[in-house]
Write a protein that binds this ligand. Structure first.
Ligand SMILES: Nc1ncnc2c1ncn2[C@@H]1O[C@H](COP(=O)(O)OP(=O)(O)O)[C@@H](O)[C@H]1O
Ligand SMILES: *[C@@H]1O[C@H](CO)[C@@H](O)[C@H](O)[C@H]1NC(C)=O
Ligand SMILES: *[C@@H]1O[C@H](CO)[C@@H](O)[C@H](O)[C@H]1NC(C)=O
Ligand SMILES: *[C@@H]1O[C@H](CO)[C@@H](O)[C@H](O)[C@H]1NC(C)=O
Ligand SMILES: *[C@@H]1O[C@H](CO)[C@@H](O)[C@H](O)[C@H]1NC(C)=O
Ligand SMILES: *[C@@H]1O[C@H](CO)[C@@H](O)[C@H](O)[C@H]1NC(C)=O
Ligand SMILES: *[C@@H]1O[C@H](CO)[C@@H](O)[C@H](O)[C@H]1NC(C)=O
Ligand SMILES: [Mg+2]
Length: 688
């Protein structure tokens, strides 16, 4: 019966139609240029099956479970994944672009919960070769050096987690439609229209707890309308798109073009993942079977959930097993616990080398009760050296690569030769696989930030104490800049790096980040490391640290200590506010002393406070050339030279400039909790 019907159908098919059909097939499958035909569609629910249909480059890779990782949690990288063969976007050469629809599921994982660099994009372009494109804010799509149109005109939907004013970005969590440029023709903060109550609900592009987001892109070739819609996983496609723009894509999309994804990281380690993708020309994107999607890897953020699961699920039996293991463990630990790395080149640093065993004993095995604090680079423990009974602070810094570590250690050791009453003495180091331990003098009174913000029940500092601390820090920094055989740039001046000894004398700490360079040679370019609010505009722009970028941070520090406020404050009503803007505003009004810490209840020397605040403003001038050197700062503080008057014209310019330059602070949006961030791999220069 079936055979009969088929043969009847064949008989009735006109011969001419068959020939035309065959010719069409041939013309579409030119050798070496295989094009997916007219109304094709595909769907990937996870990429384990069909990974061969993707062309990957850069850091892009598909895991065994089928997760497409565009970037791999390294700073300053880019990755692309394109559907292997080009798709036919126009039904005739030089015709109009046809309708298409697609959906994909993504997650952006970051080491920090509210901060990630730089973003990812869905892309359509005539070629797959983006080897000249730059990472970071260029999203792996544009070459940072070229100014004209790109050689590979692209249409993209960007998911951007950094605010770059150069591309008129609206915020650090937005979606944009890009037409051969990173300045979006239309963009919006990541959000979705909830069909249930019709409200617009915010979304965070950065996945903090393993949340996934689905994106739909629909183009209507006749109405020339592009819609972009977002929703958290599990929510059906909202009927109202987030972005809708009328733009004819015929000009930017070529007859045959590749579709795929691009992502790039900047200084903050992030991982951009795609879990599923479906696409159709001239029809709705095929549905995705979400059950087949791979799981996200457990990131640091999942620890909480993980711990909960462990707590509940770990049966008591495991405890018994644990006991059995202890015997084995004790033996192995004896051998492994004190394992460390030691190489020939370290011999010359002998005296500065601590054994791991020594530090392990000193801190009683890095017990949490000895934890002094944790920062962007690692944890700090209090310890007592077994032989000398000397109290020390041991900082554990993790580093992933051995590359550059030699250079780093020799720096550390030469820093160890620095000696000044206002510096925290570095006593030595120890190196293990994947980590570096730095040993410092212990400062019994802790860090200054705790006093300024009344943490850990620290008492309020009176004005004379504050002024003395400021003078101490200035003298430590002056020593680093001008008194030693080499210029040492501190790079991370801030209240938490000012430590107080038993007599409340301030010591500038944390030379882990400092880099040395000889007098006279060029400043070397490295990645930007620092803390928001303390980073000079030119530093975030060029990545070049100099003594004057330290002076900038010192200026911020002066304001912080005098006003008792954080350099960048986040408040619900006022958003992100810069302390320096506030002080500047009061200076214009001639009411500078009103910014002095109200907790002092007026018990301070007005002339001194005005002098310090004015000096703070001078030091945080956006033009490096306008800032004083530390030598001059010392003279002003000691009263050996009169502080020059701030010229009102100059200062108005300063306000203006600050508004202009404020984006530079957001290029690296460090958490305002004042944590230093950066990577430990010396010499990496992030593409910016
Ligand atoms: N030498 C030290 N003596 C005493 N406490 C220290 C010392 N070094 C660091 N700390 C404490 O450890 C905390 C963490 O330090 P760190 O990792 O440098 O982070 P951050 O400087 O970003 O706060 C500091 O805030 C400080 O309170
Ligand atoms: C694709 O589909 C559209 C409408 O759905 C139709 O008009 C067109 O002829 C189809 N093209 C091919 C090559 O099948
Ligand atoms: C990958 O390509 C093969 C052969 O070209 C095809 O059979 C398969 O369906 C494709 N898979 C996807 C997910 O597109
Ligand atoms: C398509 O346009 C390009 C430039 O606009 C032109 O060089 C080319 O000949 C056109 N091709 C067809 C088939 O019309
Ligand atoms: C949503 O985000 C926008 C832009 O970032 C912000 O102005 C708004 O207050 C946010 N709304 C909520 C409810 O968080
Ligand atoms: C875009 O969204 C609007 C509703 O806001 C809808 O009318 C239109 O059909 C949509 N276009 C496409 C291509 O999905
Ligand atoms: C759409 O894009 C164009 C630029 O191509 C822009 O001028 C316009 O304002 C955008 N917005 C809307 C709602 O169409
Ligand atoms: Mg520190």
């Amino acid at each position: 019966m079936l055979n009969f019907l088929q043969s009847r159908a064949m008989e009735h098919l006109p011969m001419s139609f068959l020939v035309a059909f065959l010719l069409l097939c041939l013309s579409l499958n030119l050798p070496g240029f295989c094009v997916a035909g007219g109304n094709d569609s595909f769907v990937f629910a996870g990429f384990a099956a069909g990974a061969e249909n993707l062309t990957l480059d850069g850091t892009a890779a598909v895991t065994r479970e089928g997760l497409l990782g565009l970037t791999n949690n390294e700073p300053g990288v880019k990755g692309h994944a394109f559907y292997r063969i080009p798709l036919q976007f126009k039904d005739s050469p030089n015709g109009t672009a046809q309708s298409f629809s697609l959906a994909f599921v993504f997650a952006i994982l970051s080491a920090s919960s509210d901060l990630s660099t730089d973003g990812m994009a869905f892309v359509i372009a005539p070629g797959k070769d983006f080897s000249n494109a730059s990472p970071a804010q260029y999203l792996g799509l544009l070459d940072s050096h070229s100014t004209g149109p790109s050689g590979n005109p692209f249409f993209a939907v960007e998911l951007d987690t950094i605010k770059n004013d150069e591309f008129q970005d609206i915020d650090d969590n937005h979606v944009g439609i890009d037409i051969d440029a990173l300045s979006s023709v239309e963009s919006s903060s990541a959000a979705f229209h909830d069909d249930k109550d019709g409200t617009l609900k915010n979304l965070s592009l950065i996945s903090t707890d393993g949340e996934l987001i689905q994106v739909w892109v629909d183009y209507d070739g006749e109405a020339k309308q592009i819609n972009v819609t977002l929703a958290p996983m599990g929510v059906a496609k909202p009927s109202k798109p987030l972005l809708s723009n009328t733009t004819d894509l015929s000009a930017v999309i070529t007859d045959h073009a590749y579709a795929g994804f691009s992502a790039a990281t900047g200084p903050i380690k992030s991982r951009h993942c795609v879990l599923a993708w479906s696409f159709a020309m001239n029809g709705p994107a095929p549905p995705i079977d979400f059950k087949k999607m791979p799981k996200l890897p457990h990131s640091g953020h999942n620890h909480k959930t993980l711990m909960k699961v462990l707590e509940i699920a770990l049966p008591a039996a495991a405890f018994v097993a644990l006991l059995a293991c202890i015997a084995v463990f004790v033996i192995v630990q004896r051998k492994l616990a004190y394992d460390e790395l030691r190489e020939d080149w370290e011999v010359e640093f002998g005296p500065h080398r601590f054994s791991y065993k020594e530090l392990f004993m000193a801190t009683e095995g890095f017990k949490s009760k000895h934890l002094l604090g944790a920062g962007g680079f690692g944890k700090v423990y209090k310890g007592v050296l077994p032989k000398s009974k000397l109290e020390v602070a041991v900082k554990r810094v993790s580093h992933d690569s051995s590359q550059g570590i030699k250079e780093f250690v020799s720096e550390v050791v030469s820093i160890g030769h620095l000696r000044h009453r206002n510096l925290v003495q570095l006593l030595g180091y120890c190196r293990r696989k994947g980590e570096l331990l730095l040993v410092y003098d212990y400062m019994p009174s802790g860090s200054l930030d705790k006093y300024l913000y009344g943490e850990e029940n620290k008492p309020l500092l009176e004005w004379p104490q504050r002024l003395q601390i400021i003078k101490d820090v200035a003298s430590g920094l002056y020593y680093l800049h001008e008194k030693w055989e080499q210029v040492v740039i501190h790079r991370d001046i801030k209240a938490s790096n000012v430590l107080l000894d038993g007599a409340m004398v301030a010591h500038l700490g944390d030379f882990g980040l400092a880099r040395l360079y000889d007098h006279g040679t060029d400043l070397q370019t490295t990645h930007v490391v620092g803390t928001m609010g303390y980073i000079a505009p030119e530093l975030s722009r060029t990545g070049k640290a100099s003594p004057l970028t330290d002076v900038f941070a010192f200026g911020t520090f002066l304001l912080e200590v005098t006003c008792g406020r954080r350099p960048v404050s986040n408040s619900v009503q006022h958003g992100r506010a810069m302390l320096v803007d506030r002080v500047l505003e009061y200076w214009h009004r001639g009411a500078l002393e009103e910014t002095v810490d109200s907790r002092l209840q007026g018990n301070y020397n007005v002339d001194e406070a005005r002098m310090v605040l004015t000096l703070g403003l001078m030091c945080s001038h956006p033009f490096p050339g306008e800032r004083p050197t530390m030598r001059q700062v010392m003279q002003y503080l000691d009263g050996d030279a009169p502080l020059p008057e701030l010229a009102p014209a100059n200062m108005s310019l300063l306000s203006l400039m600050r508004n202009q330059l404020s984006f530079d602070q957001s290029v690296l949006q460090y958490p305002w909790s004042a944590t230093s961030m950066g990577t430990m791999t010396p010499g990496i220069s992030v593409g910016r």
